[in-house]
Design a protein around this ligand. Structure first.
Ligand SMILES: [Zn+2]
Ligand SMILES: [Zn+2]
Length: 357
């Protein structure tokens, strides 16, 4: 099958093109200080300053509700992450060398972090906590997180995840790997102290990964293989995450009383349930979250349209109507563009039912 040009990352990518390309896939991005892995400091009112020398201009406030976020400023790091192209262009125009942070929770992403550093081996029972290693496995032959992950895959009877080239896989300057997986943004995973395995960590919730093209003094993050799209988290891996104490958070949005789901969202089937859930999220989105809610619903539902399970026009109309319940003017150009782009991006990646964790 020929790969559509739109799913291929640019060669020698500029951070801004990487950021825009990711946003086109519904992935929320935020800048990182040039050459560093941390977000730049926010405006004077939002930046606390170091503990030993607090910033006197800082004003105590709830970062999640900070007006800077709605104003499109990059205060509060990962909380500012966005898919808004004009905001992204503005940020990287001001800071062309800034790296690209990828917000996990907001983007419906979970990143498996595979470390590859030499280190003392843990006792056999800490390699894959809670799992009995097969008799023929000698723990002394495991060198790093890559081996731990390969062993987990072997126990689960699947190909090593790092060998399948089935999702975006980023190599860090220290040789580690970050495997990106799509999860339901309505049920984000929360990180937990419990590790998936030795040198295997998970980034989820209010955390971020680092996009390819981001440069640090130790080297540049690079995308491996040819896959430039994010796959759904394999179901077996979701089970292993739950088993190792990672949790999924389910939040129910409050929906305006004068909005009712359209007819096509009736019934109890998988598609109808997904459609109803997405529309409820849009209808219940608060000010400042609407553009993201629109984008993520359009992307997610676009995947059903791409699979021929929903009609594009009907979905577009239903999202517009749900957005109106949340206070978005149905004729607003920006909202319509967001829905249009989200649908397009989702349709490029049709959803296979049963493929989702
Ligand atoms: Zn600010
Ligand atoms: Zn603030």
């Amino acid at each position: 099958m020929a790969t559509p040009a739109t799913t291929t990352a640019p060669i020698a990518p500029q951070p801004v093109s990487v950021a825009l390309w990711l946003a086109g896939q519904g992935i929320h991005v935020h800048p990182l200080l040039p050459g560093r892995k941390i977000p730049p400091r926010g405006c004077d009112r939002c930046w606390r300053g170091p503990k030993e020398q607090p910033n006197p201009s800082y004003i105590e406030h709830d970062a999640q509700a900070c007006p800077c976020l709605t104003a499109g400023r990059y205060c509060h790091g990962v909380l500012a992450a966005t898919v808004d192209r004009s905001v992204i262009e503005r940020w990287w125009h001001a800071m062309p060398g800034a790296g690209v942070g990828v917000a996990t929770g907001k983007s419906g992403l979970l990143i498996v972090d595979v470390d590859r550093h030499a280190g003392d081996q843990p006792p056999a029972d800490k390699i894959l906590p809670g799992l009995q290693l097969p008799d023929d496995v000698n723990p002394a032959t495991l060198h790093d997180g890559l081996d731990t992950l390969a062993l987990l895959c072997e126990i689960r009877g699947v190909m090593p995840l790092t060998a399948t080239d089935s999702t975006i896989t980023v190599q860090t300057p220290s040789g580690g790997l970050q495997l990106w997986y799509r999860v339901d943004p309505a049920a984000p995973w929360t990180p937990s102290a419990g590790k998936l395995g030795w040198q295997l960590d998970v980034r989820a919730g209010r955390s971020y990964g680092i996009a390819p093209g981001t440069a640090t003094p130790k080297g540049t993050y690079t995308a491996l293989g040819t896959c430039r799209t994010v796959s759904d988290l394999p179901e077996w891996l979701a089970e292993d995450l739950l088993r190792t104490g990672h949790q999924r958070q389910v939040t129910t949005p409050t929906v305006s009383a004068n909005w009712a789901p359209p007819k096509l969202a009736g019934g109890r089937g998988y598609v109808a349930t997904a459609l109803r859930g997405e529309l409820e999220k849009v209808a219940g989105a608060l000010n400042g979250q609407r553009s993201e809610a629109l984008n993520s619903a359009a992307y997610y539902l676009g995947q059903f349209v791409g699979a021929g399970l929903l009609d594009r026009g009907a979905v577009h109309a239903a999202i517009t109507e749900a957005a109106a319940a949340a206070g978005v003017d149905p004729g607003e150009r920006k909202a319509q563009d967001t829905i249009h782009r989200g649908l397009e991006a989702g349709m490029r990646r049709p959803r296979v039912i049963g493929d989702r964790a």
